[in-house]
Ligand binder design. Structure first.
Ligand SMILES: NC(=O)c1ccc[n+]([C@@H]2O[C@H](COP(=O)([O-])OP(=O)(O)OC[C@H]3O[C@@H](n4cnc5c(N)ncnc54)[C@H](O)[C@@H]3O)[C@@H](O)[C@H]2O)c1
Length: 360
């Protein structure tokens, strides 16, 4: 599969695609000197033998938890880099999901005022979405992703083999984000994604073309707008209510499932606002029900709880929220909406009679 070139204000970089860890290692990565590995401890346990070659370089294993993704977690890694004499010309190679990515991005941005890093994403979510775009978020617990920097990697290596050990829940979460990107991208990708689900379902089988299509969809947005502003806001499609659901369930719902809930709910509201065509809402709703419908919400939720969470969103201002609404595939508009009683009623109506995920 062809590489992708991502244009970035901080220097362009390539995304490479390989089926196996062996193929990736054959790209001579392990021969690089002055490389310091930051590896998800679980990935190291699962793939330790196959990753044996990297062990000739210093390896820092970290638990991929939200507690690690804090200033304390970053400090532990920096102490280790200093002890192991990493210099301004060293490279960090991060192997893991979004947690490892965020720690690597933040650390490489501040270590000696910035060093190079490369990323080998190992979760479907990080392979199909977060691995490009340069962003990171570090937690100031209990608040998630409160601080961050932009620091793009020098290269990204997507290796499909890592997905074999992903749980069903992690795959569903990743495919949820891919579904969102198929709606923000070109129509062709949306129909290919429908065909892909029909043929392969929620599994890692033949997934690389879908990952690449997702990244192309995101690339089209971030290359124009690398910083979080206008065009990039489109990527928040499904995220306002998705984040609200994640928060209201104490993160018992995975990110991708939160996004799908948010996509379905905003599509429903979009039909009421005369923006989203009913047939499109219905097609997307059917896709979510068919492939993700077995998902249950951990508890019953009220519209008031969800709207309260949306009010806490950093993007809310003066009781107004800019929702990203689907007008057609690849055509999204920003709708400014008052977080008032009539919105609460519409959301409650959705929860009562139309919600795509139900409580257990
Ligand atoms: N920087 C960004 O642009 C961005 C975007 C979205 C999300 N994020 C952040 O990413 C994090 C979520 O990342 P994620 O969902 O990729 O996963 P993760 O890094 O949170 O890891 C989730 C779990 O999967 C395990 N794991 C990783 N790879 C595995 C594999 N191949 N097989 C089996 N288990 C594996 C980890 O050990 C961990 O237990 C959140 O902290 C979120 O805030 C960042």
């Amino acid at each position: 599969m062809n590489d992708m070139l991502i244009r970035s204000m901080q220097g362009d970089y390539r995304v490479h695609f390989d089926e196996s860890i062996y193929e990736w290692l054959n790209r001579n990565l392990h021969l690089q000197s002055d490389v310091f590995y930051l590896v998800d401890a679980q990935v190291l346990e699962l793939y330790g033998e196959k990753l044996e070659l990297i062990a000739s370089n210093p390896v820092y294993a970290i638990e991929a938890s939200e507690r690690s993704k804090t200033l304390e977690g970053v400090t532990g890694f920096i102490d280790w880099l200093l002890e192991n004499r990493a210099t301004k010309s060293s490279t960090i190679v991060a192997i893991g999901g979004g947690v490892v990515q965020d720690i690597a991005t933040f650390t490489s941005h501040i270590y000696y005022r910035g060093i190079a890093w490369q990323f080998v994403p190992t979760t479907l979510l990080s392979q199909s979405d977060s691995c490009i775009g340069a962003k990171c978020g570090i937690n100031v617990l209990p608040h998630k992703n409160q601080i961050g920097v932009l620091h793009s990697p020098k290269a990204v290596y997507v290796v499909a083999e890592f997905l074999r050990s992903q749980s069903d829940a992690a795959l569903r979460s990743g495919f949820g984000e891919i579904l969102k990107l198929s709606l923000t991208g070109q129509y062709q990708f949306f129909s290919e994604f429908q065909d892909h689900l029909t043929g392969c379902g929620i599994s890692p089988t033949n997934v690389l073309p879908m990952i690449q299509a997702s990244l192309r969809s995101k690339q089209a947005i971030i290359e124009v707008d690398e910083n979080e502003s206008d065009l990039r806001r489109v990527l928040n499609y499904g995220h306002s209510f998705g984040h609200a659901l994640e928060a209201a369930t104490d993160n018992e719902v995975s990110h991708g499932i939160g996004v799908l809930f948010g996509v379905d709910l905003i599509n429903y509201l979009g039909t009421k606002w005369g923006i989203t065509p009913y047939d499109l809402y219905s097609d997307v709703n059917a896709l979510i029900r068919t492939y993700f419908g077995s998902e249950n919400l951990p508890k019953r939720l009220s519209a008031t709880q969800l709207i309260d969470e949306v009010r806490r969103d950093k993007k809310n201002s003066n009781g107004m929220m800019n929702f990203v609404v689907l007008r057609g595939v690849g055509d999204l508009v920003i709708q400014q909406v008052q977080l008032d009683e009539s919105l609460t009623e519409a959301v409650q109506e959705y929860l009562n009679a139309h919600a795509v995920f139900l409580t257990a």
